[in-house]
Design a protein around this ligand. Structure first.
Ligand SMILES: Cc1ncc(COP(=O)(O)O)c(C=O)c1O
Length: 374
């Protein structure tokens, strides 16, 4: 995927350094495989591998043993095909009418989500069935065959006759809430769907689903976010290794006194003589504006509160409690790292790790650890 106008920003020009630990991605894949105990494990690398760079991440997963990949869009599939010529690539968003040839040319497997799509694929395939998956909706009301369509297939199996169905898939709506009764309800619905659609393999689990127990595993798991270090089992210690770090460069430290305020809208009032450090990252770099006055960074072991509003290109931290030798222009503030993880930042922003990851901007100096010679 293209990195927009700023493909490789040198360290000297960058306001922040984004570290991506590819060894941790591989370790996370292996850990999920271990928990799956023999069940196949695909890798979900849509949205540029959740913002971390599909070009770098996908080969690392392949080297760790991953053979099957799921992306959302056809374009992502085309891109991934160039990176991994031999992988099985599945397109979650379905079969787009008019794009049949593109699937075939690039050896992409559409995840068919309706009888209408199934018909289009069947017509395209003619006498030579080409691989596809079938998505069954078990409670998302989003993509997948509806209960009505499933009933139609039960009455008239010819509707899907002649399709080369590799996987019957479904997606959990509340897997990150282990106690949710929706998990069991979807599991039962999926089992009933399998009675009507017993062909191919069954694929049900996302990252969190893997942690719900082996009855959820079926034949093929499809984890995404856990590969990238977010906690798939909220409320429990994170079993995954951290993948992402973000440190921002201090460009100025200002002495402030009452009655000054910080940033747009004057939302943070100085209450005692303070030192305010400015770093050149903002919501344009994916540091969400909802973190305004409600997050922190770290300088060494010192927690520095984020004060004032996050603006497009700048953020301010109160570094009053940090010795000056560690908090001056040219020093770094850890925004994501061992002290403050992706999930911590997501909690501060009242969102989820997925959004933090996929929002990560394009103006960082990116440093990938590991991966190239694995
Ligand atoms: C159908 C489907 N399967 C698997 C995944 C991977 O989910 P997760 O990142 O929660 O592991 C997604 C992600 O949204 C998805 O839409």
């Amino acid at each position: 995927m293209t990195r927009s106008a700023y493909p490789h920003i040198p360290l000297a020009h960058a306001g922040a350094v984004l570290g991506i630990d590819l060894e941790a991605v591989a370790a996370n894949y292996r850990e999920l495989c271990r928990r799956l105990d023999g069940v196949s494990c695909a890798g979900v690398v849509k949205s540029d591998a959740y913002g971390l760079g599909v070009e770098e991440v996908a080969p690392v997963l392949a080297n760790a043993g991953c053979r099957e990949f799921f992306v959302a869009h056809i374009e992502e599939g085309i891109e991934l095909r160039k990176i991994l010529p031999k992988a099985e690539i599945h397109i979650l968003n379905g079969m787009f009418p008019g794009a049949e040839e593109t699937y075939t040319e690039n050896n992409l497997i559409p995840v068919i989500g309706s009888l209408h799509e199934a018909k289009i694929w069947k017509i395209w395939c003619g006498e030579t069935p080409l691989p596809c998956d079938l998505h069954v909706d078990t409670g998302m009301l989003r993509l997948g065959l509806s209960p009505k369509e499933l009933g139609q297939i039960a009455d008239e199996p010819d509707l899907i006759q002649g399709l080369d169905i590799q996987n019957i898939i479904s997606h959990l709506a509340s897997a990150d809430e282990a106690q949710s009764s929706q998990n069991v309800a979807q599991l039962n619905t999926f089992r009933r769907a399998r009675e009507i659609l017993p062909m191919g393999r069954a694929s049900f689990c996302n990252s969190s689903g893997i942690f719900l127990g082996s009855e959820y595993h079926f034949d093929l798991a499809r984890p995404g976010v856990a590969l990238y270090g977010a906690n798939p089992s909220p409320g429990n210690p994170n079993p995954m290794r951290d993948v992402v770090s973000l440190k921002a460069r201090i460009v100025q430290v200002r002495d402030a006194d009452m009655p000054e305020t910080v940033g747009y809208g004057a939302t943070y009032a100085i209450k005692k003589p303070s030192r305010i450090a400015t770093v050149p990252v903002g919501y344009s770099d994916g540091v969400l504006r909802s973190l305004s006055n409600n997050s922190c960074g770290y300088i060494g072991e010192h927690c520095v509160p984020l004060v004032g509003r996050v603006s497009m290109d700048l953020i301010t931290f109160d570094v009053s409690d940090v010795p000056e030798e560690f908090a001056h222009a040219g020093q770094w503030i850890e925004m994501i790292g061992p002290h403050h993880t992706v999930d911590d930042m997501a909690r501060d922003a009242n969102t989820i790790g997925y959004e933090v990851l996929t929002s990560l901007g394009r103006r960082y100096h990116r440093v990938y650890k590991g991966g190239s010679d694995e």
